[in-house]
Design a binder for this molecule. Sequence first.
Ligand SMILES: NC(=O)c1ccc[n+]([C@@H]2O[C@H](COP(=O)([O-])OP(=O)(O)OC[C@H]3O[C@@H](n4cnc5c(N)ncnc54)[C@H](OP(=O)(O)O)[C@@H]3O)[C@@H](O)[C@H]2O)c1
Length: 321
Amino acid sequence: MKAIALTAVGPPENLVLVDLPVPRITADQVLVQVKAVSVNPAEAFGRRNQEALNFLYKLRGDEPHVVLGWDISGVVVEVGAAVTTLRPGDEVFGMVNYLQHAQGYAEYVAASPIDLALKPATISHAEAAGATLAALTAWQSLVTDGQLQAGEKIVILGASGGVGHYAVQIAKHLGAYVVAVGSPDNKDFLLQLGADEFIDYTSQRFEELVTDADLVHDAVWSDAEPRHIERSVRALKPGGRLMSLVTYFDDEFHALLKTKHLTGYKVSVQPNAADLARIAELLATGALKTHVSHTFPLAEMHRAHALIQTKNAVGKVIVTL
Ligand SMILES: NC(=O)c1ccc[n+]([C@@H]2O[C@H](COP(=O)([O-])OP(=O)(O)OC[C@H]3O[C@@H](n4cnc5c(N)ncnc54)[C@H](OP(=O)(O)O)[C@@H]3O)[C@@H](O)[C@H]2O)c1
């Protein structure tokens, strides 16, 4: 089968097309013929940083080929003897083999049924492949950890990106008032997604315009501004909740949170069958949509990585097979 292997830690061009054996499944796995795979910033980070690569994919170091890719959509072609929930022919999507040797950048991947949901018939494999890690992250930030309620005000930083564009839609679905922060090119996109207000971070300071948010979902890491997260603290009202996707909180920061009686969470996406099933329902009804900004063929995985590491991707970047 065709697959994309990482030849060595380094630039996107180290992702090369190879021919590998089709994986063998265990009794409790299914074999999925992959139709689309989505790409995330963490994959591009692991690709260029050995420590991150080993952590994210639990590599031993003696793998003949390193194949990245957690976010897949495809068709079940074989089921293990102990699998009762899926059948050959089922169209499925999900975040598979998360924090293990993922192996989703390939024509076939062995996956656990618990990591998969049935793909709604109304959406494409590309749209389904997008609504995996990024959609789970948005759901777990806003619903599981953030407990966002109807009528609350949420500020979403990184709103036009993979996670953020799902977060805007989930927040609106929950009945929240959404302030989306992005660059000016993405204003119309974010308002069309349902945001109530748009703030242009290139010319405005969101923490001066909003100081009464119930929740801030912060997906921004800036090397130029390492204490960017403190601006999110200023946007919250006393007692609010801060969800950070990228910043770990040190003691000094916890002390800052305490001064405003804030609760802070470092969001860490987890595979979760119930959350994925809920996302599948929202995709089926159209309450949640994937915006696919770019698709590339498998052989051009390097282009997908080059795009995602700009940190300015809109919606999801998808590779199709
Ligand atoms: N903790 C977890 O479990 C978890 C899970 C998923 C993702 N993440 C992390 O969360 C971050 C976002 O992920 P993603 O997949 O959504 O990335 P993405 O698709 O690359 O989107 C990044 C977004 O950030 C926006 N942005 C860049 N600089 C900004 C700034 N200074 N202020 C406001 N927005 C800014 C960009 O908007 P413009 O184009 O408008 O600039 C873009 O829409 C990444 O760092 C990723 O690694 C963490």
